[in-house]
Design a protein. Structure first.
Length: 263
C-alpha cells in the first residue's frame, strides 16, 4: 500500500526546492541588477508571498538588500563575502604557479599549494620535481590537518577556539606508526611551526613520505594557504628539509607579497 504522504520519485523536497528558488532569485538579480517582488515571483513562477519570503530570508543573510525608496531588491554584500573566498583561492593558484615552477628546480621535490577545506587541507596546485619517482597527483585531494605539513601550518595559525572545533570534529586518527595522536604533542608541533616559520612531518601521513610546509598570507596578514615540498624519506631527510626550509619560506613569502601582504 502506498504512502499518500510520500514524495513521488524524483520530486524535489521542500528544502531542496527552496534552495533552487533562492539560487534562481540570486541569478535574476545578478542578470537584471534589481527587481521587485512581483517581478521575482513572475520570473520563478511562484506566488508573491513565496517570493517575499525568499527575498526576506536572503536579506537576513545579507545576500540581497532592498532599496527603501522603490522597494526593489538587489544583490547584497554577503555575496561579495562568499565570492571573496573563491577568488582568494583562485589568486593563490594564479600567483603561485610561476613561483612553484621556478622553485621546483632548486628544491627537486614535488611542490603543492593547499588551503583549508572544512577540517581538511585541499591541494589546489602541484608541480612535480625532477627527482619525483611516482606520478602521484595530489590536486583536489583532501588530506588530514594533524599529520601533514600543510595541515600543521594551517592549524598553527588558526585561533585556538577554531582549531579546537576542527580537531574535535576530525579527531587525531593514527595513519602510520609515527602519526601524532596526542593533542599535547600536536600543540607543541604547532608552536614550533609558528616559531620557526615552517612545519615538518616525518612519515606521519604515509610511511616513507616526508614533507615541509610554509605559510602563505593574504593582504590582511591572515594565513590563507600553505606551500609544501614532499618526497621520499630516504632522500628528503630531516637534514635536507632543514636545508630546503629557507627556500620554501622565501617562496611562500613571495606568494604572500603577490597577494598584497606587506609584512
Amino acid at each position: 500500500m502506498s504512502n499518500p504522504g510520500a514524495e513521488s520519485a524524483g520530486a524535489p523536497s521542500g528544502g531542496v526546492q527552496s534552495v533552487d528558488r533562492a539560487v534562481a532569485v540570486l541569478e535574476i538579480l545578478a542578470q537584471h541588477g534589481e527587481a521587485g517582488v512581483s517581478e521575482v515571483a513572475a520570473a520563478i513562477d511562484v506566488h508573491k508571498s513565496t517570493a517575499f519570503r525568499l527575498l526576506g530570508a536572503l536579506e537576513a543573510h545579507g545576500m540581497v538588500e532592498q532599496e527603501s525608496e522603490r522597494g526593489k531588491y538587489r544583490l547584497g554584500f554577503g555575496v561579495v563575502r562568499l565570492a571573496g573566498a573563491v577568488t582568494g583561492r583562485i589568486a593563490v593558484t594564479r600567483h603561485g604557479r610561476g613561483i612553484c615552477e621556478r622553485l621546483v628546480d632548486d628544491v627537486g621535490e614535488t611542490l603543492n599549494i593547499a588551503v583549508l577545506e572544512s577540517h581538511n587541507a585541499i591541494n589546489l596546485y602541484q608541480v612535480r620535481g625532477s627527482s619525483a619517482i611516482a606520478a602521484q597527483n595530489w590536486v583536489g585531494r583532501l588530506t588530514p590537518l594533524h599529520c601533514t605539513s600543510s595541515g600543521k601550518v594551517l592549524l598553527a595559525h588558526l585561533d585556538r577556539e577554531v582549531r579546537d572545533e576542527l580537531l574535535a570534529e576530525a579527531g587525531l586518527p593514527r595513519l602510520t606508526p609515527r602519526t601524532v595522536t596526542s593533542r599535547k604533542k600536536l600543540e607543541a608541533d604547532l608552536a614550533e611551526a609558528r616559531e620557526q616559520g615552517y612545519a615538518i612531518t616525518r612519515e606521519e601521513y604515509e610511511e616513507g613520505l616526508n614533507a615541509l610546509s610554509a605559510p602563505v598570507r593574504s593582504d590582511d596578514g591572515e594565513v590563507v594557504a600553505a606551500l609544501s615540498a614532499s618526497g621520499p624519506a630516504f632522500r628528503l631527510t630531516e637534514e635536507r628539509m632543514r636545508e630546503l626550509a629557507p627556500l620554501l619560506v622565501s617562496g611562500a613569502d613571495e606568494l604572500s607579497r603577490r597577494l598584497g601582504y606587506a609584512g
